[in-house]
Ligand binder design. Structure first.
Ligand code: GLN
Length: 544
């Protein structure tokens, strides 16, 4: 049976618990253990699928089609382990399932209560799908003391008694702030946070203390004494130069060693950190740089494009260059050509990412045209691919080409799909149906044309699997006209009905994909499309 590590946070939010969980998992993995990470989100949405990216950052999609918290992206990027639906739970989902059972009469007349019904459902989720894992790390969203996280805390408390004594461990992430006026680091917030946790019946075994300055020995001792942990288990977690140096830094600070000790494991292998040393070396010692413009809608909040941002960084690592990302609000383009040239001319590559809604779409289409006409490397993802098709249609003389997502149109080059094939058979949706969980979601295969540019990018593969999250689709009725204009459909769904990839053979690097390759890129295994795009940008930087 797996060992469980429960990760909670205190003092303030945004301490980087997700990154910490991912880094600890990576360190255990480097010692040869099989790991899995789960996220418990206390909010009442069933999943983050309908939340604005401004509220919650990006929605991370798994192979099995779950719309999950962006922390699952960190987990995958740090461990390479593909997340599943069963790795993210929200209060909303727990309550939805319990209420459905209650309505069916499954509780046989019982009064349905937070304890035991909600807590049992949470425990069941934590204990499910252990299949041969050595460690399952469970990160609890929010901050200790939040009203909505109480049932999760209670479930952990119970689990620590349900399971064997050396089978669970509690890691609490806190903040040790620096008070400039006093010139000191302060331990009191950590003491209060641990007391709050203890009042819920959970005693932490390891404290991970985020701090901007090294924590002096005296303060470490003080935290240990006041918080009932060993001094060695008070781990200083200082700000890192990049997120990918966090595993190495936490190892240096003793985190994984202390966790293993907490489980009574004395015969663990030393970790093989060569993968992380290489990643950090590539990140910190680039041999050049390129500037990529991302023309999107949610450019004010980088978490909205978290995986995209990271995939571009990985593409840079693959080419040993630094990628400077210029976030460009598509709405700034009002149709004035000078404006477009001023914003896009300095770029070595233009990327139009996924998105929803009409706002900024004309700016995105103008960016595609600029990239096409000027031979600048172009990468369109999901909505970006759809805009590349609308742009090609307009170039082919279909002046009113548009997407039905933006309202009624006489020329629906992109339109809604109400029926498609998945592994579970035909999927059907109603126009105007529910917004939550009703898109084409998760991993689908695509067939690539022989001798196409994308087949070459994927190392000669003719069949690929990538993750999707979209409701609209390029309309097959326009394919012939678009191909005649020069846009080649080089990837299609296996049944040949749904366009998956477009490219331009007469252009140095022009690729549009209906899926989200950024979700599968890892620092130690950059996605070939991002590696290829950044390589093309490097070429472009030599020309300008
Ligand atoms: N809004 C588009 C659709 O639903 C594209 C979605 C996306 O880019 N993820 O098809």
């Amino acid at each position: 049976m797996a060992r469980y590590i429960f990760i909670t946070g205190g003092v303030v939010s945004s301490l980087g618990k997700g990154l910490m969980a991912a880094s600890l998992a990576a360190l255990l993995q480097a010692r040869g253990y099989k790991v899995r990470i789960r996220k418990f989100d206390p909010y009442l949405n069933v999943d983050p699928g309908t939340m604005s990216p401004y509220q919650h950052g990006e929605v991370y999609v798994t192979d099995d089609g779950a719309e999950t918290d962006l922390d699952l992206g960190h987990y995958e990027r740090f461990t390479g382990v593909s997340a599943r639906q069963s790795d993210n739970i929200t209060s909303g989902r727990v309550y939805r399932d319990i209420i459905a059972k209650e309505r069916r009469g499954d509780y046989l007349g019982a009064t349905v209560q937070v304890i035991p019904h909600v807590t049992d459902a949470i425990k069941e989720f934590a204990l499910a799908d252990q299949d041969g894992h050595d460690f399952i790390l469970c990160e609890i969203g929010g901050t200790v003391g939040d009203i909505e996280s109480l049932p999760f805390m209670e479930a952990i408390r119970q689990l620590r008694y349900d399971l064997e004594p050396l089978q669970t461990l509690s890691v609490h992430v806190t903040l040790v702030p620096y008070i400039a006026a006093a010139g000191e680091l302060k331990t009191k917030p950590t003491q209060h946070s641990v007391r709050e946790l203890a009042s819920l019946g959970i005693k932490p075994d390891v404290l991970l203390c985020r701090a901007e300055h090294p924590i002096p020995d005296g303060e470490r001792t003080k935290i240990a004494n006041f918080c009932n942990v060993r001094k060695e288990a008070v781990i200083p977690a200082l700000d890192a130069s990049s997120i990918y140096s966090v595993p190495l830094q936490y190892h240096e600070a003793g985190l994984d060693g202390e966790v293993l000790r907490g489980f009574g494991i004395t015969d663990a292998k030393d970790p093989d950190l060569s993968r992380w040393n290489d990643v950090v070396d590539r990140r910190e010692n680039p041999e050049g740089e390129v500037t990529i413009g991302v023309v999107g809608k949610y450019v004010g909040l980088q978490d909205a494009y978290k995986s995209l941002n990271e995939a571009l960084v990985h593409g840079g690592m693959a080419n040993r260059v630094k990628v400077n990302i210029r976030w460009i609000d598509a709405e700034i383009f009002t149709g004035d050509e000078e404006e477009i040239i001023a914003a896009l001319e300095p770029l070595h590559g233009i990327l139009v990412p996924g998105g929803f809604g009409e706002r900024g779409s004309e700016g995105k289409i103008s960016s595609v045209r600029f990239a096409r006409e000027r031979n600048v490397p172009f990468f369109g993802i999901c909505l970006g691919m759809q805009m590349a098709c609308v742009e090609a249609a307009r170039a082919a003389g279909v002046e009113r080409a548009s997407s039905t997502e933006f309202g009624d149109t006489a020329e629906p080059v992109v339109g809604i799909i109400t029926e498609w094939m998945s592994e579970e058979g035909i999927q059907e949706r109603q126009e105007g149906g529910d917004m939550g969980g009703t898109m084409r979601l998760g991993a689908y295969d695509a067939k690539l044309s022989e001798n196409s540019h994308v087949a070459q990018i994927y190392g000669g593969a003719l069949e690929i699997s990538e993750r999707h999250r979209h409701r609209y689709e390029v309309n097959a009725a326009y394919i012939d006209r678009l191909q005649a204009q020069g846009l080649v459909f080089s990837g299609m769904s296996p049944d040949g009905l749904l366009p998956e990839i477009v490219e331009r053979p007469d252009h140095p690097w022009f690729v549009g994909v209906q899926f989200h390759p950024e979700l599968k890129s890892r620092p130690f295994d950059p996605h070939p499309l991002f590696a290829g795009f950044v390589a093309a940008a490097v070429e472009q930087s030599r020309l300008v």
